[in-house]
Ligand binder design. Structure first.
Ligand code: ZN
Length: 91
C-alpha cells in the first residue's frame, strides 16, 4: 500500500515524461529506452555481493560493457524484463 501511494505521488508531482515502464539508457545524453541492465561492482568501493547496475539501450550496451570490462568491474549483462530492476537502491 505504502509503495503504491509513493508511486502515485511521484507520478503526480514529477510531471516527467518518463513514467513507470520506461527506463532510459544510462549513457550520458542518450534518450533511448534501455533494453539491458549492465551489472558491475567496484571491489574497492562495494562489497563483493553488491551489484550496481547501469541501464543501456542496444546501441550503448557494448560501450558500457567495454568501459566496465576495461576496469575489471563488469559482472553480467542481462535483459530488462519481467525480473525488473534489482533492489539495492542508490549507493
Ligand atoms: Zn543509449
Amino acid at each position: 500500500m505504502a509503495a503504491f501511494d509513493l508511486l502515485s505521488s511521484l507520478s503526480v508531482s514529477g510531471s516527467q515524461v518518463s513514467g513507470p515502464g520506461f527506463l532510459k539508457c544510462s549513457r550520458k545524453g542518450c534518450e533511448a529506452a534501455a533494453v539491458v541492465e549492465v551489472c558491475w561492482n567496484n571491489p574497492q568501493v562495494h562489497a563483493p555481493e553488491r551489484l550496481k547496475s547501469w541501464l543501456a539501450c542496444g546501441e550503448h550496451e557494448a560501450f558500457l560493457e567495454d568501459f566496465l570490462k576495461s576496469r575489471g568491474f563488469w559482472r553480467l549483462t542481462r535483459p530488462l524484463g519481467s525480473a525488473g530492476l534489482m533492489g539495492g537502491g542508490e549507493a
